[in-house]
Design a protein around this ligand. Structure first.
Ligand code: SAM
Length: 253
């Protein structure tokens, strides 16, 4: 029995799994992290090509099922990927997964904080589009800013919903993501920058000045980009705004 509540839409088309590995250019010395191996369609292909695969699965029934059929170079961890401390895992350099959709956002932010060279991930199409959305587009969001700040991300292809069982309501996408060696602009305080980004996008249609007044409860003169609407402000401009506000005495950090 599949559990939709924990994102169990299993990939049933091996050609898609193979292409995911091709995009990740898996080599003999790679150590790959996989979130949610499920029945192992991607895991087993990874194990054939990589040195080691670390797979974290929350469903104990699937863990039991998988255990009997996996080669030695797979470390299968039974647990919630959001709770597992990735620092205690063996060092991995790539991430390849068909992610459970219900945790797309928190797992993406958690992965973006890890040290790796390349990730190839399957997401629901709408989420993937938000990851790569440009300022001014309807999909531009806090997620787009966070992904841009941390990485270079592109959509590789759309996968029809018929490639999964049970069939989800929407199509999916494979994305490829390279972490940046350093951020594209500098901020004085990253936590403040990300908190500000979240607050701004809670009011995406409003002007910057109005939003800042509502969020921090103070009227500040000459705020950078004060008349722009949140939905159009570039990540670089949010960085500038965050540095301006971080230095400002009346704004609590
Ligand atoms: N990789 C398999 C495939 O492509 O067919 C399964 C992908 S399915 C979309 C997502 C998998 O993640 C399921 O096996 C589900 O049980 C597992 N999962 C859901 N939430 C999880 C979590 N918090 N931590 C680890 N695994 C999780």
């Amino acid at each position: 029995m599949t559990k939709r509540k924990i994102g169990q839409n299993f990939l049933i088309d091996r050609r898609v799994a193979k292409r995911e590995l091709e995009y990740a250019n898996i080599k003999k010395d790679d150590v790959v992290l996989e979130i949610g191996p499920g029945k192992g369609i991607i895991t087993k292909l990874l194990a054939e090509k990589a040195r080691k695969v670390i797979a974290i699965e929350i469903d104990e029934n699937l863990v039991r099922e998988l255990k009997g059929s996996l080669p030695d170079n797979i470390l299968l961890i039974s647990g919630d990927a959001l709770k597992v401390d990735f620092k205690i895992l063996p060092k991995f350099n790539k991430i390849v997964s068909n992610l459970p959709y219900h945790i797309s956002s928190p797992i993406t932010f958690k992965l973006l904080d890890c040290d790796f060279t390349l990730a190839v991930l399957i997401y629901q199409k709408e989420f993937a589009e938000r990851m790569v959305a440009k300022p001014g587009s309807k999909d531009y969001s806090r997620l787009s800013v966070g992904v841009y700040y941390k990485s270079l991300c592109e959509i590789m292809e759309t996968i029809p919903k018929t490639c999964f069982y049970p069939q989800p309501k929407v199509d999916s996408c494979i994305i490829r993501l390279f972490p940046r060696a350093s951020p594209p602009f500098s901020v004085l305080d990253e936590t403040f920058f990300f908190d500000l980004t979240r607050e701004l996008f809670n009011h995406r249609r409003k002007r910057i000045k109005t939003t800042i007044r509502e969020v921090y409860g103070v009227e500040i003169e000459n705020i950078p980009y004060q008349n722009m609407r949140v939905e159009k402000i570039l990540p670089e401009q949010i960085g500038e705004l965050s540095n301006f506000l971080f230095d400002f005495d009346d704004v609590e950090t």
